[in-house]
Write a protein of this length. Structure first.
Length: 202
């Protein structure tokens, strides 16, 4: 059976870098953020359903993400309605993209809100990428130009390390440099994920 890996981590942890490294080693990486954008792309059934449910969220045949955000963040029930539309579409599209893989494939789902949405049980292995808060803050300032207020808002909206540890099968410490991370990810691939894929295929 295909091994399904849930990869997550807080903003600034380096999760996307780990996904890229795993892809380079042979994993099939499915970026759930990308899938979420695709299912509401112009001309899709998903976009039509969002337009019907949220008047004003679609203009010129395209999703107005800022307008939609104002609607759903102002009212929890609205966010639930949106998720009821998009989540089944996202899940189905992710399944479609990985349907014809060989039995020993390692599929890594890059899932930013895996912990927050309680999705850990969907995966054979949950990998959490972490880094000290000071390191994450420095990365966000340098790499994304975020100020302290914006960083605070994002950090406080996400799960903390205790919640992530509770679901993690593998904890990747990314507090160091890129070469150190490469070595860690290579070990993860060779000594954890490939053996697990071989065992599940057997």
């Amino acid at each position: 059976m295909t091994l399904h890996v849930g990869l997550t981590g807080g903003i600034g942890s380096g999760k996307s870098t780990v996904a890229q490294l795993l892809g380079g080693l042979g994993a099939v990486v499915v970026d759930l953020d990308e899938v979420a954008r695709d299912v509401v792309a112009p001309g899709t059934d998903g976009l039509a359903r969002v337009a019907a449910a949220f008047p004003g969220a679609v203009t010129g045949g395209e999703l107005d993400r800022a307008a939609l955000a104002r609607i759903v963040f102002a009212e929890p029930a609205a966010r639930e309605r949106l998720e009821a539309i998009t989540h089944p579409l996202i899940h189905a599209e992710a399944e479609r993209r990985t349907a014809d893989l060989p039995g020993d494939a390692v599929v890594v789902h890059d899932v930013p809100l895996l912990v927050e949405k309680d999705l850990g049980d969907r995966y054979d292995v949950v990998v959490v990428v972490a880094a000290p808060e000071a390191v994450r803050r420095a990365r966000l300032r340098a790499g994304r130009g975020m100020d302290d207020a914006a960083i605070d808002a994002r950090l406080h909206a996400q799960a903390d390390d205790a919640a992530r540890r509770a679901v993690a099968d593998v904890w990747v410490d990314n507090g160091g440099g890129l070469e150190e991370l490469r070595d860690t990810v290579r070990d993860l691939w060779q000594h954890v994920l490939l053996p697990a894929a071989a065992a599940s295929d057997g």
